[in-house]
Unconditional design. Structure first.
Lengths: 333, 308
């Protein structure tokens, strides 16, 4: 097996909240590997720590109130990004590891042309001249399929539609041909048709540039179509890891089952969608034992007391006692 | 006044009016420009400022005397306004209009440069405090609190006591160094909000360093309140310069500034009120114009008013 490009081990990012409501353990011991050229999906509900995980990798967590705990490791090409000196970290940001943000409407600076913003990374990392950087920006706009790139390069963000802006964001992220692209909900803010176009574009660019993509989303449909492997997150932890086909064919964790049941299927008879009861608990007070037990239909006494480790083998693991005691699984109601 | 000076003065008035019209036409294409001129006194403010700026630049053309020349100390002292001396003469028989025009040069320059120093300093300190937060913010803002708590005039008096008579450049610096506290608070507040916006995180994710983020991404998005505060601040600096000159510690005579002209005329307020009235009027007009322009700029630039 090839070496992972990015190794995340026991990542813990906590936020100290005001007025004594305690420390929010937004990301609490997350580990996963990202291999060269693959797409790894991270899924989970809002508030389960997906975005904080992605921001922590490049140390973009606002500090204070956030801080990454000392035992955490984010290893990229043999170096721990969490202990790297600021200038070396900056040399990696946008150059080796790039990021696409959730909100294309607000993630572009309104006072600069999109050409300036795409060129910025190239100017910072490759010391390109203004002219060369502009040419590069036009080239990138062509690559992401924006019509009339030579003209669009001088447009301001407000002159573009949401889909176009997301293309610009992608161009911005890819200008230095990074090895890793972190895409945090890249299509959430877009229409379904535009979503499909953007995902297709990401697919094509990944194939062309050979980068690894960390795709963060709450949309299982996006994961099913894009990812090679999936990490399911719940309450700041990884609860299941599997290849995409494994995950959809044979989900181990009740939470994953719940997520899949909550998505309408085109090939199934029409019936009410199953929602997971309850909400993600507050990050300041995770439940004892298995963090999913208050919402789990199968939970028994052990689940409320003892926290399960990641169980299972062959690259398919789940943080659930059911893996050890499948007989405890209740039949469908 | 010679005929040529009268013509030049009329030309200056016409030019100022034309400048207002031209500016209105140029900016009419932008929403912000239209909002600016929708302010009831914005056009007047711009016109008055343009007029004084033109007079300052073209002072030798619109006047017919030397501002330091004592025309006739015996017979032409404290003369009321007349056709030859349109604003009258002062106690040394110097032509008041000439001194108002040349005084505009010094007063406006001190105001503009002083404000430039203050805004630059205030923006830098505010941006650094707002961007780095934590102890940097705490230290800088406590310093600003001290600066705001000290009566400025005493700080200036101390500076003057240390340096003796201040040359003009030093006066500008001293005024600038004591006027930036308010701006820095304003900029800090603005930076605190802009730094949380998504594009700042995006810029950091691209690998931009602190200086690049502050100067390219944060400050340009905080420019509107800075510009407004600068416009309003020039008026304050102008008044401060006038106050200092009135106390005899500002612009050294015989160079004319509106402040020291008022100081010269003050003892004759009862017998020759025009000697204080006209420079006072000039200060009042310019300060009011600056306030009007500052208000209109705020209306025009405040993004919060840019409703959907």
């Amino acid at each position: 097996m090839t070496e992972p490009l990015l190794r995340v081990r026991d990542l813990k990012t906590y936020f100290v909240t005001d007025r004594g409501s305690g420390t929010a353990q937004a990301v609490d011991g997350v580990s996963f590997d990202l291999y060269p050229g693959e797409t790894l999906g991270i899924v989970g509900e809002s508030g389960c720590g997906k975005t904080v995980t992605s921001l922590s990798i490049l140390r973009l967590i606002p500090e204070p109130p956030g801080h990454i705990l000392p035992g955490s490791l984010v290893e990229f090409e043999g170096r721990n990004l969490l202990t790297l000196a600021a200038p070396e970290l900056r040399a990696i940001r946008g150059n080796q590891i790039a990021m696409i943000f959730q909100e294309p409407m607000t993630s572009l600076n309104p006072v600069f042309t999109i050409g300036d913003q795409i060129a910025e990374a190239a100017i910072i990392h490759q010391r390109l001249s203004r002219k060369a950087a502009r040419a590069r920006a036009i080239e990138m706009l062509r690559l992401v399929g924006l019509p009339d790139p030579a003209e669009r390069v001088d447009h301001y963000p407000h002159q573009l539609s949401g889909g176009m802006r997301q293309r610009v964001m992608i161009a911005m992220a890819l200008v230095c041909h990074p090895k890793v692209l972190i895409a945090d909900e890249p299509t959430t803010a877009l229409d379904v048709t535009i979503q499909a176009q953007i995902l297709e574009l990401l697919d094509r660019l990944q194939a062309e540039l050979g980068m690894a993509v960390l795709l963060i989303t709450h949309d299982l449909g996006v994961v099913a179509g894009q990812a090679d492997r999936v990490v399911v997150m719940y309450a700041g932890q990884v609860v299941e890891t599997a290849t995409t086909t494994e995950l959809f064919d044979r989900p181990l964790h009740p939470y994953t089952e719940g997520l899949i049941a909550a998505v309408p299927r085109i090939d199934a008879p029409k019936s009410r969608l199953q929602a997971i009861p309850g909400q993600v608990p507050a990050a300041t007070a995770w439940p004892s034992g298995c963090r999913f037990h208050p919402r789990c239909p199968h939970a028994w006494a052990k689940c409320t007391i003892e926290e399960p480790p990641l169980l299972g083998e062959g690259g398919h693991t789940a943080r659930c006692w059911l893996v050890q005691e499948p007989a405890r699984r209740r039949r469908e109601p | 006044m010679t005929l040529q000076a009268w013509f030049a003065l009329l030309a200056a008035l016409a030019l100022a009016a034309w400048a207002v019209g031209a500016l209105r036409r140029r900016t009419a294409r932008h929403e912000a420009g239209r909002r600016f001129f929708r302010h009831p006194t914005a056009a007047w403010g711009i016109g008055i400022l343009a007029f004084f700026a033109i007079v300052a630049v073209a002072a030798p053309l619109v006047t017919s005397f030397d501002p330091r020349q004592q025309l006739d100390i015996v017979r032409l002292k404290n003369q009321p306004p007349s056709w030859s001396y349109i604003l009258g003469t002062d106690l040394y028989s110097r032509d008041l209009w000439t001194r108002v025009a040349y005084g505009a040069r010094i007063s406006l320059m001190v105001g503009a440069l002083g404000m430039l120093v203050a805004v630059t300093l205030g923006t830098l300190v505010g941006a650094v405090a707002g961007y780095y937060r934590r102890w940097v913010d705490a230290v800088l803002m406590r310093g600003v609190d001290v600066g705001l708590a000290l009566p400025r005039i005493f700080v200036l008096l101390i500076a003057i006591a240390l340096f003796g008579r201040l040359p003009l450049a030093l006066l500008v610096l001293v005024i600038g160094f004591t006027s930036w506290f308010g701006t820095s608070r304003l900029v800090r507040a603005e930076v605190l909000s802009v730094r949380e916006r998504d594009f700042v995180a995006a810029a950091r994710a691209v690998g931009a360093g602190a200086a690049r983020v502050i100067f390219r991404h944060v400050l340009p998005n905080a420019a509107a309140p800075i510009i407004v505060s600068a416009a309003l601040g020039i008026g304050n600096v102008l008044l401060l310069e006038a106050a200092l000159s009135f106390l005899g510690i500002g612009v050294p005579p015989p160079a004319p500034s509106w402040g020291n002209m008022i100081a010269d005329g003050a003892p004759y307020l009862a017998t020759a009120p025009w000697t204080t009235l006209f420079p006072g009027l000039a200060i009042a007009l310019v300060v009011m114009a600056l306030n009007a322009v500052g208000d209109a700029l705020r209306d025009a630039l405040d993004p919060r008013q840019e409703a959907m």
